[in-house]
Design a protein around this ligand. Structure first.
Ligand code: ATP
Ligand code: MG
Length: 474
């Protein structure tokens, strides 16, 4: 963080100092701001949150022992000088906002969408990082804790801040953007992720649109023209709108899209008066839309379009389990996309599977190993059945459905219109990942392409790791 005295922290957070006195006020925080005492470094400010599982106030001593110089707490503690506030979360947000307000030259890009926030953030971090010091979230930190944690990492040298913003309800993005007001807001798509909590797709759109409502008139909204619910957000901002699209006319488009044998797209990017060839290092046709948004945002941050495209062409995958393609020595290709799942990203994964298989002549044999999609609310059963039908429609050769919650996928596949007896025979349901592993180990043969996908808690990413001989983390 930019160095700050506890006096400044207390002013920003409307907190009081404990113990009261000049000694406390003059303590300078110049290390990382953390909420986990294990991540404390010299000079840290330790933010004592009361979480679902633990009360952070119990770890103040541990934070001190690791080098923290102060704590943000909701009651006085004696182990460290502290700023005592009514509500730690609110105070943490205000602190982060105060940090940003001290960095007027910084460009803030916020990214939201139902799918692809982290994938896009990872690309944007690499592209902007080639032009100047860039801070972006670790992993997928995108909520009320992750956003202020990320913001507090900026220093005087930081030129670009990328923030991933996730919403699980109306008002969430309004809150997150009050902590980190964006100069550029990127909205990727409106899908069914977390729809169970939102109630309807309309509510998801309402919530995601808060990202562009937060823009000042001199800001820029980067909107996906291919998603009508996103395109409609143009009416919800006074900022300039820049559209990106693969299917629909837009300010920045991709033409001549082709996928290679690992599902990596190459295409011509048209925009800002230029047409430039681009070949991505990341897999999946859905990355084309993400890439267009990245270039649009980078240009709006002051990069030249050519410079942005060149940087994007060498941007590799950084977060794990997103379309992670491994070619095994025995000629089997494993695509581990099991970081999370919703109907849209499932579709994207199956389309990528198809593309990888069809890049060979004759096409390779395809396996879809699918687990449950969580948090879909009332439509959950129907969405799982639809997924099974989609697998049949896309000509997936072997469908392996894993776990009780995913059973309707197998049912949907066997009832799919036009499903032949062979299709039905090619669909298997197994109760767990161990059984799936045994079956796959016996049946996979040279040339097969396998995609694995499920929600995080359904755990298929570990199965994917086993299939490529990676150490399984506990
Ligand atoms: N534009 C896209 N459209 C559909 N699926 C996508 C898109 N971009 C990425 N995906 C797929 O969606 C899944 C999640 O990707 P990613 O982690 O980037 O999303 P996220 O929005 O950050 O998710 P979370 O809400 O868990 O933070 C991956 O399987 C990825 O391959
Ligand atoms: Mg994410």
């Amino acid at each position: 963080m930019i160095p700050m005295s506890l006096r400044d922290v207390a002013v920003l957070t409307a907190g009081s100092l404990h113990p009261d006195g000049p000694g406390t006020a003059e303590v300078v925080v110049d290390g990382p701001v953390v909420t986990d005492s294990r991540e404390v470094a010299a000079g840290s400010l330790y933010v004592a949150r009361v979480g679902e599982h633990a009360d952070g106030h119990h770890f103040v001593a541990a934070a001190r022992d690791r080098g923290a110089v102060a704590a943000l707490t909701s009651h006085p503690v004696d182990e460290l000088p502290c700023v005592v506030v009514d509500d730690v979360q609110t105070a943490f947000g205000r602190l982060a906002r105060g940090v940003l307000d001290r960095c007027p030259g910084l460009r803030v890009v916020a990214v939201t969408g139902s799918s692809g926030k982290t994938s896009t953030k990872d690309l944007l971090e690499q592209v902007l990082g080639s032009a100047g010091e860039t801070v972006a979230p670790v992993g997928s930190l995108n909520g009320e804790v992750g956003v202020p944690l990320t913001v507090c990492r900026v220093t005087g040298a930081t030129r670009f801040l990328v923030v991933e913003m996730g919403a699980r309800g109306i008002g969430h993005l309004a809150y997150l953007t009050s902590i980190a007001p964006p100069d550029v807001s990127v909205v990727l798509n409106v899908g069914l992720a977390h729809v169970g909590e939102f109630g309807s797709r309309e509510n998801v759109a309402r919530a995601k649109g808060e990202l562009v409502e937060a823009l000042a008139a001199d800001g820029v909204a980067v909107l996906n023209a291919d998603d009508p619910a996103v395109a409609a957000m143009a009416g919800r901002t006074t900022a300039r709108v820049l559209t990106v699209g693969v299917a629909e006319p837009a300010d920045v488009t991709a033409t001549e899209v082709a996928l290679d044998h690992l599902g990596r797209a190459s295409f011509t990017l048209n925009g800002f008066g230029r047409s430039l060839p681009l070949r991505l290092q990341v897999s999946g046709a859905h990355q084309v839309a993400n890439a267009l948004a990245v270039v649009a945002a980078a240009v709006e941050c002051g990069m030249g379009v050519e410079q942005a495209v060149t940087a994007l062409a060498s941007a590799g995958p950084t977060s794990r389990w997103r379309m992670e393609v491994t070619e095994r020595d025995d000629g089997v290709t494993i695509v581990n996309d099991a970081y999370n799942a919703n109907p849209d990203s499932m579709r994207a994964a199956l389309l990528s599977l198809r593309a990888i298989a069809d890049a060979a002549d004759p096409p390779r044999r395809t396996w879809a190993v699918l687990g449950e999609m969580l948090e879909l609310g009332a439509d959950s059963r129907t969405e799982h059945e639809t997924l099974g039908r989609l697998a049949v429609e896309l000509g997936v050769d072997r469908l392996l459905v894993v776990g009780e919650g995913a059973r309707p996928v197998a049912e949907g596949a066997s009832r799919a219109e036009g499903a032949s007896r062979a299709d039905r025979a090619a669909t298997r349901w197994v109760p767990d990942a161990d059984t799936a592993y045994e079956l796959l180990t016996k049946q996979l043969t040279t040339g097969d392409v396998v995609v694995l996908k499920s929600s995080r808690d359904a755990g298929l990413r570990w199965l994917g790791d086993r299939l490529v001989g990676r150490e399984v983390a506990s």
